[in-house]
Design a protein around this ligand. Structure first.
Ligand SMILES: NC(=O)c1ccc[n+]([C@@H]2O[C@H](COP(=O)([O-])OP(=O)(O)OC[C@H]3O[C@@H](n4cnc5c(N)ncnc54)[C@H](O)[C@@H]3O)[C@@H](O)[C@H]2O)c1
Length: 294
């Protein structure tokens, strides 16, 4: 079996963002190995032998528009991976980088995508519980322009207060809401997201600092360990633990997979779901027996 043929990237035009570092860099390395024509974008310089590298700040509409004009007319796969951590005062910036720019690029590049193409996002376990904000996220997704979206954010400070979480929840809502909408399904374009758990990347230092209330890196690291690793005596992932599955999901290997939010966290979020279900079941049993005894 020819593995390159199985992946189906040979000679295909692939756009990937955030490729200078971390998970996206790993994904880019694999895409190159598999023979893709990679068009890579990052705010920082990209030192990989891609077909074309673009340096652009994807939080800015004008810079996104400029890069998109320079991308090929036909695109086969897109990976939207750029992201930042949240620091106080950066609520809107986090929405722009971690969600809105990605939605804007997916929507804008869709007409240039070939049939049976794929768009794959990097969301996060931070987006767990996205169902709770789904109606609000869909309201935002349905706005027609960048400016309308920015005004919507200004009017919803309560939602963007949980900046990183809300942006990732919007990504997960976008995949769920759009995967079978006519503009995607008529061309059989697949839409998926991976949701990584704790991974050592270029973002680790910022995540540690931003998690600690006092900005103390060591304290933040300990808090992250307690949330993500302690319960299973676990360890943080490497960039390729996320980047390689990302490439698989966007490839022909997963040609029938769409609308999926794939948690790559060694099962952690499933354990949260299990605990919540058991707690709710216990509550229901208690409520039923209380009602029966009243
Ligand atoms: N590291 C983790 O533990 C973790 C966990 C869950 C999800 N994620 C998500 O994974 C994705 C990849 O991040 P990573 O962990 O590999 O970190 P990383 O910092 O190594 O990679 C992120 C890349 O995005 C680029 N970027 C940031 N802002 C940009 C902008 N305005 N315009 C263009 N490029 C920009 C950075 O320069 C960087 O190269 C992010 O979306 C992040 O939110 C990370």
């Amino acid at each position: 079996m020819d593995l390159k043929k199985l992946f189906g990237y040979e000679g295909k035009n692939v756009v990937i963002t955030g490729a200078a570092s971390g998970m996206s860099r790993s994904a880019t390395e694999l895409l190159l190995e598999l023979g893709a024509n990679v068009y890579a974008i990052d705010i920082n310089p990209i030192d990989l032998p891609v077909k074309e590298a673009f340096q652009a700040d994807l939080s800015k509409k004008e810079e996104i528009d400029k890069v998109m004009r320079e991308l090929p007319e036909k695109i086969d796969a897109i990976f939207l991976c750029h992201g930042i951590a949240y620091f106080p005062g950066k609520e809107l910036q986090v929405q722009k980088v971690n969600f809105y720019s990605q939605k804007y690029m997916a929507d804008s590049l869709l007409p240039r995508m070939s049939e049976h193409g794929s768009i794959t996002f990097i969301s996060s376990v931070g987006g767990f519980g996205w169902q709770q904000v789904y109606d609000k996220a869909v309201e935002l997704i349905n706005l027609k322009t960048w400016d309308e979206a920015m005004a919507w954010y200004e009017n919803h400070p309560d939602l963007i207060e949980s900046a990183y979480v809300f942006a990732k929840q919007c990504l997960e809502s976008y995949v769920t809401y759009k995967c079978m909408s006519p503009e995607f399904i008529n061309k059989k374009i697949r839409l998926n997201a991976i949701n990584p758990g704790d991974t050592i990347t270029g973002l680790t230092e910022d995540f540690n600092k931003s998690t600690s209330p006092s900005g103390n890196e060591k304290e933040g690291e300990e808090m992250i360990n307690n949330i993500f690793l302690k319960s299973w005596n676990g360890y943080a992932a490497k960039p390729e633990d996320m980047g390689y599955p990302l490439v698989v999901i966007g490839s022909d290997i997963c040609s029938y997979m769409s609308g999926q939010l794939i948690y790559i966290d060694f099962g952690l979020t499933s354990s949260w779901t299990s605990a919540a279900l058991l707690q709710n079941n216990q509550k229901s049993i208690e409520e039923i027996s209380k009602a029966a005894n009243d």
